[in-house]
Design a protein around this ligand. Structure first.
Ligand code: SAM
Ligand code: SF4
Length: 340
């Protein structure tokens, strides 16, 4: 840290005394799939000039690490379709080596993992979240609009062979994959993967009826407990998931239920988009532009000042609602913007 920025040594604490130690970064809004709950088929992606360069993403993430962030998760869009993404990941790996960062991880759709898994492991990545909603090739094609399940399964195998710990994320969709939950639990058990079900969140106009897809996870859990021994686990990530140990498989099962369970009290995270906009809460519109201060000078002083300012506005919680009176999205941006 140079002399001008050495004043910025206080850790990031929000107005509700929550330390901010986790940054999720969407490194691109682009994706090679078009999951029906996430994107419209004909998405317009951002012009390149608005998107932070890899060097800028490195500066941005490193500023947060300087201010006490201990965990970085790269997401998107699909992080692994960003050109030269391995450059950024290797570069951020230096913070793992120095001990400034505890964890560098990714959320990926798995399509590019056969190519990148070993490089990721070599760069210090130890765990990865892979999104997979179904094990049925036709359903996979329907959910992702054109994806090839086989390719994702190869990616998952490559990640396992590279020694990465894997957590599978599956969005629970009424009438789509709700007949496959037992199969997913079994398959994850055999592969040694944890599994997390995610409730559909009302983000972005996607041209589908949210109410039709929405499946409360409290119901899913109730049903699964008839056949599986689920014991609440004390595993906590500061995130929106509640975890259970599955006695039959020895793996963990998580439920991310932003709509039916309030998880905001322990929130330790903020989200940065690929244009350098910082969202202090996934479910609120308030945001801070960090691209302008980043580009305004080569020194990080102004940028860090703006980061402190933004954290001082982090709200207490979100207000997602899906009901019959309010079927419009509670938040207009897509999940691919803030990366989930
Ligand atoms: N492309 C990567 C992937 O699919 O894992 C990373 C980005 S994706 C936006 C991150 C996660 O958000 C995925 O697990 C996806 O299933 C989930 N997601 C996307 N839209 C969602 C929505 N409307 N409600 C709940 N989860 C959603
Ligand atoms: Fe792409 Fe991930 Fe969104 Fe699916 S959920 S469209 S893979 S960004």
């Amino acid at each position: 840290m140079n002399t001008k920025t050495s004043q910025f040594t206080t850790p990031l604490i929000d107005p509700f005394e929550r330390p901010i130690s986790y940054l999720r970064v969407s490194v691109t809004d682009r994706c090679d799939l078009r999951c029906v709950y996430c994107m419209a088929e004909d998405m317009t992606f951002l012009p390149k000039a608005q998107v932070l360069s890899l060097e800028e993403l490195d500066r941005m993430c490193s500023a947060f690490v300087d201010l006490g962030v201990r965990k970085l998760r790269l997401t998107g869009g699909e992080p692994l379709v960003r050109k030269n993404i391995m450059w950024l990941i290797r570069r951020l790996g230096r913070h793992l080596e120095s001990g400034a960062l505890d964890e560098l991880t990714l959320t990926s759709n798995g399509t590019q993992l056969a190519r990148y898994a070993q490089d990721l492991a070599n760069s210090g990545v130890k765990r990865i979240n892979i999104s997979l909603d179904t094990l049925d090739p036709d359903k996979f094609k329907a959910i992702t609009r054109w994806g090839d399940l086989e390719r994702v399964l190869e990616g998952i195998e490559a990640a396992r062979a590279a020694g990465l710990a894997i957590k599978i994320n599956a969005v629970a969709l009424r009438g789509v994959n709700d007949d496959e939950f037992d199969r997913l639990l079994n398959w994850c058990g055999e592969g040694g993967f944890d599994l997390t079900f995610i409730e559909v969140m009302p983000l972005g106009e996607i041209g589908e009826q949210r109410l039709d897809q929405y499946l409360p996870l409290s119901m899913v859990r109730g049903d699964l407990s008839k056949r599986w021994t689920l014991t609440e686990s004390d595993h906590a990530t500061g995130g929106p998931a509640r975890y259970f140990d599955i006695a039959e498989t020895g793996q963990r099962l998580g439920f991310i239920t932003p709509l039916t369970h309030n998880f905001c009290e322990a929130c330790n995270r903020v989200r940065l988009t690929c244009t350098g906009t910082l969202y202090m809460c996934l479910g609120q519109e308030d945001a801070a532009d960090l691209r302008a201060p980043l580009r305004a000078s080569e020194n990080d002083g102004l940028l860090k000042e703006r980061i402190y300012e933004a954290i001082s506005r982090k709200p207490k919680g979100h207000d997602f609602i899906i009901d019959r009176r309010q079927n419009a999205p509670a938040v207009g941006r897509h999940m691919s913007v803030t990366g989930g």
